[in-house]
Ligand binder design. Structure first.
Ligand code: 5AD
Ligand code: SF4
Length: 441
């Protein structure tokens, strides 16, 4: 067994998942081997999330487990909790040796050398960077779909959100390096690309070419071998009509737009500092719904933001009826350190937040049951992602980001994973579809 071993567990969003792929690649290039359990590892790393309090508590719970039996290990906290809590982590969990936020991953190699030399309380916490974490060593988890970071950090200041504090100011990668990475991935056989950023719509190429986001996706989608391009996440304020036009022009750009609204009440949107009104948001929905292609639309909702009255909540429910989202993520507002809303009055009681969340989720469930049932009989192309042995079904994903599990005639046990196949929808549920593969003659 190699002397240098590490274990890494990741929490949070796709940005974090992809950061972890880069961290793993960096460590392997330095001679470390990844092991599947913390017990086997000399170095234990947690790549953490602090978007809501619950996510943050998870990591402290993990660290607690090492208090007694982790004496022979180096323990590191990476990501958003690392950046947010900084050196306080050493106070709360004195056995932690490394605390490093995502804006300092470029220094990870150097920090590891310090840890190896017996360094204690090693930190990488500067947010003062104008670079993205660009590394040739990314170790990707999925052989067909690859993430590419196009920008890091966020320059918005939504009143509830920790991200500007944990990921620092927004910085875009050059279009040259994004395109080179996408071409390389296509050559390696990846067919789906997912472009990542906290606010991809405000992407601004720092080279003289000065591409905006619409131009960038147009070019990525033209790379030979790339069959699907997705992106996340959007901010309605920066979501221009040119993005819909670019998508309409090339079906490689998937039939799905995630456009987080957060609330259906213009009053709440103003106090959240979202920089758009309900009407302005609905104008974007209109562009999408009147586009040439049909797009599924999904969103994020926060209930119980400070000052949310019954009428504001009703406005969110009415918005759900009006837009009829294909899916949504909904959250109870969770007060976060450093954010403006922490100081707002009229905090909504926990119990009321819970009640509102349940109502949102029940309403949305009914919408999804209805919408998914409308797809029965249609044929959709899926990218096969896996196999559910127990159900004897293949797991597929449609361009519009639905899970479509399907049966396929016995082909002697060969794997279909990574293939694109037409599937006829035969049944539907609130969260997925079931179908059978269509034999093409
Ligand atoms: N409380 C609850 N939900 C939050 N989100 C971001 N910050 C908070 C918070 N403090 C939600 C938003 C965002 C999604 C990623 O997480 O809906 O779009
Ligand atoms: Fe969590 Fe946000 Fe950090 Fe992603 S950027 S890991 S969602 S806090």
């Amino acid at each position: 067994m190699p002397a240098k071993t590490f274990y890494l567990e990741t929490f949070g969003c796709q940005m974090n998942a992809h950061d972890s792929e880069k961290v793993v690649g960096t460590l392997m290039a330095k001679g470390y081997a990844q092991v599947p359990t913390p017990e086997e590892a000399g170095l234990v790393l947690y790549n953490t999330c602090s978007i809501r309090d619950k996510a943050e508590q998870k990591v402290f719970h993990r660290l607690q487990q090492f208090k007694r039996n982790g004496k022979d290990k180096a323990i590191g906290v990476l990501g958003c909790v690392a950046q947010q809590e900084g050196e306080h982590i050493f106070e709360r969990a004195p056995h932690v040796g490394l605390v490093c936020g995502s804006a300092s991953y470029n220094r990870l190699g150097e920090l590891l050398v310090q840890i190896e030399a017996g360094g204690r309380r090693v930190t990488g916490l500067s947010l003062d960077t104008d670079e993205a974490f660009d590394t040739p060593f990314t170790r990707r988890d999925n052989p067909h779909r690859a993430y590419i970071t196009i920008s890091e950090g966020c320059d918005k200041s939504c009143a509830y959100c920790v991200v500007p504090f944990t990921r620092g100011p927004e910085r875009s990668r050059t279009s040259d390096s994004v395109m080179a990475e996408a071409r390389r991935l296509a050559e390696q056989g990846y067919s789906e690309i997912q472009l990542l950023g906290q606010n991809v719509n405000s992407y601004r190429d720092p080279t003289p070419a000065a591409w905006n986001f619409a131009i960038l996706i147009e070019h990525v989608a033209q790379i030979p071998g790339i069959r699907r391009v997705r992106y996340t996440t959007s901010h309605p304020r920066d979501f221009g009509r040119d993005i819909v036009e670019a998508m309409d022009a090339n079906p490689v750009l998937c039939d799905h737009i995630h456009l987080p609204v957060q609330s259906g009440s213009s009053k709440m949107l103003a106090s959240m500092d979202r920089l758009y009104t309900r009407d302005e948001y609905m104008r974007r929905i209109e562009w999408i719904k009147t586009a040439r292609r049909h797009y599924s639309i999904t969103t994020d909702i926060i209930v119980g933001f400070p000052g949310e009255m019954e009428e504001d909540f009703e406005a969110t429910l009415a918005l759900l009826d009006e837009v009829e989202y294909d899916s949504l993520f909904s959250f109870q507002y969770s007060p976060r350190p450093n954010t403006a809303a922490l100081r707002f009055e009229d905090q909504v009681p926990e119990e009321e937040k819970r009640r509102r969340l349940t109502i949102v989720q029940e309403k949305q469930r009914a919408i999804q049951i209805r919408r998914n049932a409308g797809l029965i009989g249609s044929v959709k192309e899926v990218l096969v992602e896996g196999r559910n042995q127990a159900l004897a079904q293949w797991i597929g994903r449609t361009s519009d980001n639905r899970t479509l599990n399907f049966t396929h005639p016995d082909n002697g046990g060969a794997s279909l994973v990574g293939q694109y196949l037409p599937v006829r929808v035969t049944r539907s549920g609130p969260n997925s579809l079931v179908g059978e593969s269509v034999t093409v003659v």
